[in-house]
Design a protein around this ligand. Structure first.
Ligand code: SF4
Ligand code: MG
Length: 280
């Protein structure tokens, strides 16, 4: 019998706790597949956030560390600096990454930390009861904006990829979605590229992923996908906003190739002699 689909080795066998129709599960699968395809499961450290994805440490098959709320990028910075031989990524929601963790995210990007952030934007605080998040759309009803977000009083949504695109140390910034099979494939490609940028030592990589929260949006899973398409996609910038100037290839050999290509040759004594001799 021909095998057409196999659960990735990048995920454990524990069943997800996410609500029906929540797209966190799809994003987990994509990360697991990328870790497996790049042969990184045994050399990766993931940083789990606080929020709905707080239990993701049970699902990814790599080493995981749980961080305090908003501190995932700071913990990732420490992990990467202590173990530069490891691939380090954070998995964070919009409450974690764009509210309490905003300073960490921007500062790590500015420092060009060689880590990867997967940022899941569902325009709301999920686990704590559906409060307004920095990413909540104008007019969107939440438990703390029951009449809809009023921009005069509550301001405007933060478009994180657009913001990080301005930061020099950010080497790769992409904004994707997981609402259709085509978008899911694009999202996987972006996640893979982000890890590759880290492997190539090029700087901070950030992938924002538009995701659903049918529970707190108060809609069915199918309606949630429509809501994401009709409301979120027109507002948030989508696509690859920033790519390193060099071509990024998505195979494991390229890190070594790049290292060889970029090696600055310092002449040793015998080289210098030869050069001097050549001048004579
Ligand atoms: Fe997903 Fe929302 Fe449920 Fe959290 S509350 S698991 S984000 S659907
Ligand atoms: Mg959220």
């Amino acid at each position: 019998m021909k095998l057409v689909f196999k659960k990735t080795e990048g995920l454990t066998d524990r069943p997800f706790h996410y609500c029906p129709g929540c797209t966190h599960g799809i994003i987990h699968r994509l990360i697991g597949e990328v870790l497996e395809e790049l042969d990184l499961i045994d050399q990766t450290i993931g940083i789990a956030p606080v929020g709905c994805a707080g239990f993701c440490e049970n699902y990814f098959a790599c080493d995981m560390i749980g961080a305090a709320h908003g501190r995932a990028v700071a913990v990732a910075t420490g992990a990467k600096r202590a173990r530069p031989d490891r691939v380090v990524f954070t998995y964070q929601g919009d409450g974690d990454g764009a509210a309490i963790g905003l300073a960490e995210t921007i500062s790590a990007a500015a420092r060009g930390e060689k880590i990867t952030s997967i940022f899941v934007n569902n325009a709301i605080y999920g686990m704590t009861g559906g409060q307004m998040a920095p990413t909540t759309l104008v007019g969107q009803r939440t438990s703390t904006s029951p009449y809809g977000r009023d921009s005069g009083q509550m301001g405007f949504p933060l478009d994180m990829p657009k913001l990080l695109n301005q930061v020099d140390g950010a080497a790769y910034v992409a904004s994707v979605s997981v609402d259709t099979p085509q978008e899911i494939m694009k999202a996987k490609k972006a996640i893979k590229k982000a890890f590759q940028v880290q492997l190539d030592g090029l700087g901070y990589s950030f992938v924002s992923i538009l995701s659903t929260c049918p529970t707190n949006w108060g809609v069915t899973p199918v309606e949630a996908l429509s809501w994401l398409q009709e409301k979120m996609k027109p507002y948030f910038t989508l696509g690859e906003l920033k790519v390193p100037q060099d071509d990024i290839t998505v195979d494991r050999d390229s890190a070594q190739n790049r290292e060889e290509k970029n090696t600055v040759r310092i002449p040793n004594a015998s080289n210098e002699k030869e050069e001097e001799g050549g001048d004579e």
